[in-house]
Design a protein around this ligand. Structure first.
Ligand SMILES: N[C@@H](CCC(=O)N[C@@H](CS)C(=O)NCC(=O)O)C(=O)O
Length: 212
């Protein structure tokens, strides 16, 4: 099987998590930003992640891929459902995360941005979605001030999280992992412990070394 991703993409992170958690023999392929043709040929539109299955068919949609790969090798590890409070927290934090992370993603050495044309395509796509990316970067302190109380609210939600992996982990970890690209983010102790634990269990690297 082969999983096609962008390295920066939080939805792709979900699929990488299950591959690492179950130590599956799945090749990782990078689709370049700006490459419309490859994903469109596979699933009819420009989107990642995409999984090529053993029969040659292609599957989009990150949570579908998570469950498909989880079922592909016993025992299944991902509990259906999750923690409604964590899911609600993710919903609230997601737009803020994007405004902090997207301008930084556009300036980072991800493999999908390895050519000038790919980086240009990414900047153009994200500028259409978010407006002036430099203005967002200039707003970082204000955005971080908005995020800090949310991160504080997350701490007690993580205090009681046990060993079991459920769907909420596939929503929360990609968001927190994205935020590791923001210098001085200042996670609480439980968030930091959670990030490091899931990163190690799922063999998905964080972005601390790329933080700006
Ligand atoms: N519902 C999809 C969403 C995937 C998604 O939005 N991926 C983004 C990348 S982060 C994408 O493909 N955007 C379109 C593009 O690259 O033009 C899933 O969960 O897999």
């Amino acid at each position: 099987m082969e999983l096609f991703i962008y390295e920066h993409c939080p939805f792709c992170c979900r699929a990488l998590m299950i591959v690492g958690l179950k130590q599956l023999d799945v090749d990782i392929g990078i689709i370049m930003e700006g490459d419309v043709e490859t994903p469109t040929r596979m699933v009819g539109r420009k989107v990642v992640p995409i999984l090529r299955r053993p029969d040659g068919s292609h599957m989009p949609e990150s949570m579908d891929i998570v469950h498909y790969l989880d079922q592909s090798a016993a025992p299944a590890l991902v509990q259906r459902g999750g923690d409604a409070a964590i899911d609600a927290w993710v919903e609230r934090a997601w737009p803020l995360m994007l405004r902090l992370c997207v301008p930084r993603f556009t300036r980072t050495d991800f493999r999908e941005l390895a050519t000038p044309a790919a980086r240009e395509a990414f900047v153009a796509r994200e500028t259409r979605a978010f407006g002036d990316l430099q203005a967002l970067l200039d707003d970082s302190d204000k955005l971080l001030d908005e995020l800090r109380p949310l991160l504080d609210e997350l701490e007690p939600l993580l205090a009681t999280r046990g060993e079991a992996i459920d769907e909420s982990d596939f929503r929360l970890f990609p968001l927190l992992r994205s935020l590791t690209i923001v210098k001085g983010i200042g996670f609480g102790a439980n968030s930091r412990r959670y990030l490091d634990a899931i990163s190690a269990r799922c063999r998905v690297a964080l972005f601390d070394d790329k933080a700006a």
